[in-house]
Design a protein around this ligand. Structure first.
Ligand SMILES: [Zn+2]
Length: 348
């Protein structure tokens, strides 16, 4: 994929193109931002632009020459097929070792073989162990003019500050839901599934692609139907449902995500009944969502959203087991309105 074809990150892409056109590319860049938003794709496309002998009128690589083909066909975890694009990632272990950095530093003093500049991508840069990072440091301080570094990380704080300070920071934000949806459609996902997958991916196409076959998401409507069918205040039914939904227990986080989006939809509708655009479940407006909005009203919905996010936080930060979390949540969530105080489940 070329810079012009990549989803989102327009400011970053245009900035890189204009730096390339004016020959003011920084010798070391740190691409940081959430997983799965396209940092690697941008690095690959920028490496292609650096090596392409026939850039397009828009200032991007041509995408069709032999150089572009070899660089753009690179897949994460592989070596590139172009001698002037070096992609350093952890090999057998989870870390990038000093031996890998030493091999790299043995190549760098020599001029590139085909392109004008050599691109070295280190991904994820935070997997360099301290020795490896320190070995790289000297080169980042005084880089040869023919080599440019792109360090990629979703955890910039895990890098040595001395490494960070030598790089130009380039931040990648989350993608808009519409952009993730477009990416899913381009990957062959059907329209309805793409819309829902995007709404649950938190701005990451990578996460969306991982989750698209998730059984919980595929059963989202059924799960919500069962929740709404519980008679308000029927704690026994709520507990039984929690037990069903918590099996297997590793799916509890996705169940919470489905519930969160559904109650958020209900809240939006309770404030503005004509709202459709921002909903995750517009197809449920006249059925499940209508029932819940009529049953609860804005204030009770706000309270329920807070309960869900509290539960999510408690599960991750305090390691409260999924089954227990879901039982407490569903009893409170499916209680009649007006009992908010009595069913408070926040544990302090
Ligand atoms: Zn080209």
């Amino acid at each position: 994929m070329l810079l012009d074809d990549i989803l989102g990150h327009e400011r970053v892409r245009e900035g890189l193109k204009s730096a390339a056109a004016s020959d003011t590319v920084h010798h070391a860049m740190l691409f940081s931002g959430p997983e799965g938003v396209g940092k690697g794709a941008v690095a690959r496309a920028f490496a292609a632009l650096a090596a392409c002998p026939n850039p397009s009128a828009s200032g991007d690589a041509c995408g069709t020459c032999r150089s572009c083909e070899r660089i753009l066909s690179h897949r994460p975890g592989e070596e590139t097929r172009h001698p002037d694009v070096l992609w350093l990632s952890p090999q057998s272990s989870a870390v990038i070792k000093i031996a890998q950095v030493r091999d790299l530093l043995g190549i760098i003093p020599y001029p590139p073989l085909e392109a004008r500049v050599r691109t070295v991508v280190i991904e994820p840069a935070d997997t360099m162990n301290v020795e490896a990072a320190n070995a790289l440091l000297k080169t980042l301080e005084e880089p040869p003019s023919s080599t440019r570094f792109i360090l990629i990380t979703s955890r910039p704080d895990a890098l040595l500050s001395t490494i960070r300070s030598r790089c130009q920071a380039i931040h990648f934000g989350r993608l808009a839901d519409e952009e993730v949806e477009r990416g899913l459609r381009a990957a062959g996902v059907g329209p309805e599934q793409a819309r829902r997958g995007a709404a649950l991916a938190d701005g990451s196409l990578g996460v969306a692609l991982e989750r698209i076959d998730d059984p919980v998401l595929a059963r989202g409507d059924e799960i919500l139907g069962r929740c709404v069918a519980v008679r308000p205040g029927d704690a026994t039914a709520a507990l039984q449902l929690a037990a069903d939904l918590a099996d297997p227990k590793d799916q509890v986080p996705q169940v919470l995500e489905v519930l969160l989006r559904f109650y958020r939809d209900a809240l939006l509708l309770s404030v503005d009944a004509s709202e459709r655009v921002r909903l995750t479940h517009p197809h449920l407006v006249d059925t499940l969502l209508k029932t819940v909005v009529e049953r609860l009203g804005t204030e009770a919905l706000l309270y329920r959203l807070a309960l869900i996010t509290d539960t999510q936080r408690a599960m991750t930060s305090r390691n409260i087991p999924g089954v227990l979390s879901l039982e407490r949540l569903l009893v409170a969530l499916l209680a009649p309105p007006g009992r908010e105080g009595a069913t408070a489940i926040r544990d302090r």
